[in-house]
Ligand binder design. Structure first.
Ligand code: GDP
Ligand code: IMO
Ligand code: MG
Length: 423
């Protein structure tokens, strides 16, 4: 009757979607616990690529129940578009998906406010996906948000108007336009009409009943530890708790039910959007990784910034999450390098070295201290078991394990479901 939590240990896009889909058959339920359509989780099956934003990555497994938890923020239009696309591919969605009636709704004006907020920050902008994430979590914590269960009540429209008018007042005060609102609203209400026919329930009862019956649950995180509202590179973060504790509050499950915390990391780092990135590579080397790894955002298409693996950040992420095992993704991307660097500590401008992540990464001087390892010029794609992986790649994994104290359970050697090696 356990729950395992799967989450990103970096700045998102670690490959969570691929892994959730791969390990889903070991669970009866896959549940998203935070974030919203800012997420873009990619699954590749039989050479075909699917990107999920709102729907859990267990949806392609017909025997898996999928849950959108109370900690998520849901954009009805994005959600319904995703449903239609999945149904066209023959995927059963309605039967296999439950939505929490406590899930917060992203309303059209949240997206306008997101845009206005970013524009007003100028070159200090967060680099948000502009999906309305920040403003909808703001309304949740201001205790004035609308929840999915509310769409079933008669006074929903009135409550919607009240919230939207508050938002419009803010937009007007700032001189921001809201010309697109009418179109956005008609899509919003059309989508809500469809969503009414979905299974909107008390998912905390559903999930705890599953646990009582001895079923197991996989909690699917979005974003990553370094984008966490408390522990990420604040203020260049998202607006939710992306760490393991977020699974409890985002699903209504007690901490004592958590068995494993499965942390996902790439063999290098990427970040999309603004903010500190100590190991960032500019020019040729960074571009080489971007091209080889197809590092362009799954949600916005923006080029992702790239850099070497950052162990102080990884150790910090493992500490706040209590990671019990790690999965290393995209080692194949680095096969174009003879030597590979790993950041083991940071130094400041006076040469003081620290292996800790500073609380304010923006204002601190964090320069990487590198350790050099031998590369694996080829052989990762051909490997089909731990023993057939190149020796130098296994040494790389051993180095990461020694430096973090967390065992590596799976390595991924390509985007496909089958390109996955369990130890
Ligand atoms: P998520 O947000 O954590 O689910 O990750 P994304 O889907 O945004 O980004 C990960 C990208 O890497 C996707 O395009 C995946 O198809 C791809 N991918 C996942 N694992 C591997 C791997 O081991 N090797 C390569 N080359 N690509 C991978
Ligand atoms: P997945 O689940 C990578 C980043 C944005 C921006 C910051 C705040 O696919 O790993 P927001 O839209 O939340 O206001 O953006 O967080 N960001 C992500 N980066 N992967 C994601 O999700 C992300 N979700 C948000 O680029 O820097
Ligand atoms: Mg992604």
């Amino acid at each position: 009757m356990p729950i395992d939590v799967l989450l990103g240990l970096q700045w998102g896009d670690e490959g969570k979607g691929k892994v959730v889909d791969f390990i889903a058959p070991s669970y009866q339920v896959v549940a998203r616990f935070q974030g919203g359509p800012n997420a873009g989780h990619t699954l590749v099956m039989n050479g075909e690529k699917h990107v999920l934003h709102q729907i859990p990555s267990g949806i392609f497994r017909p025997d898996t129940v999928n849950v959108i938890g109370n900690g998520v923020v849901l954009d009805p239009a994005v959600f319904y578009k995703e449903v239609v696309a999945l149904e066209l591919k023959g995927v059963e969605v309605k039967q296999n998906l439950f939505l929490s009636n406590r899930t917060q709704i992203i309303v059209p004006t949240h997206k306008l406010l997101d845009r206005a907020s970013e524009a007003s920050k100028g070159d200090q902008k967060i680099g948000s996906t502009l999906k309305g994430i920040g403003p909808s979590y703001q309304d949740k914590y201001a205790r004035q948000g609308l929840r999915l269960g509310d769409i079933l009540s008669r006074d929903f429209e009135g409550r919607y108007q009240e919230l939207r008018n508050k938002h419009l007042e803010l937009l007007e005060k700032g001189g921001w336009d809201s010309d697109e609102l009418a179109d956005m609203e008609s899509l919003f209400f059309e989508s809500l009409e469809k969503i009414r026919r979905f299974q909107i329930v008390n998912t905390e009862y559903l999930l705890n009943d599953c646990l009582s019956k001895g079923q197991s649950i996989l909690a699917e995180g979005a974003q990553g530890a370094m984008l966490d509202i408390d522990f990420g590179s604040y203020p260049f973060v998202t607006s939710s708790s992306t760490t393991a504790a977020g699974a409890c509050t985002g699903l209504g499950i007690a901490p004592r039910h958590i068995r494993k915390v499965i942390g996902i990391t790439k063999a290098y780092c990427t970040r999309v959007g603004s903010g500190p990135f100590p190991t960032e590579l500019h020019e040729e080397t960074g571009e080489k990784i971007r091209q080889a790894g197809h590092e362009f955002g799954s949600t916005t298409g923006r080029p992702r910034r790239t850099g070497w693996l950052d162990l102080p950040a990884l150790r910090f992420a493992n500490m706040v999450n209590g990671t019990t095992e790690m999965l290393i993704m995209k080692g194949d991307v680095l096969d174009c390098f003879d030597d590979i660097k790993v950041c083991t500590a940071y130094h400041d401008n006076n040469g003081n070295v620290s292996s800790e992540l500073p609380y304010d990464m923006v204002r601190s001087e964090v320069h990487p201290v590198y350790h050099m390892l031998e590369g694996w010029p080829s052989g990762l794609h051909e490997a089909n078991s731990w023993d057939t992986l190149p020796d130098s790649f296994r040494r790389y994994c051993k180095f990461i394990e020694d430096q973090t104290g967390v065992p590596i359970r799976i390595v991924s050697t390509g985007p496909g479901r089958e390109q996955t090696i369990e130890r």
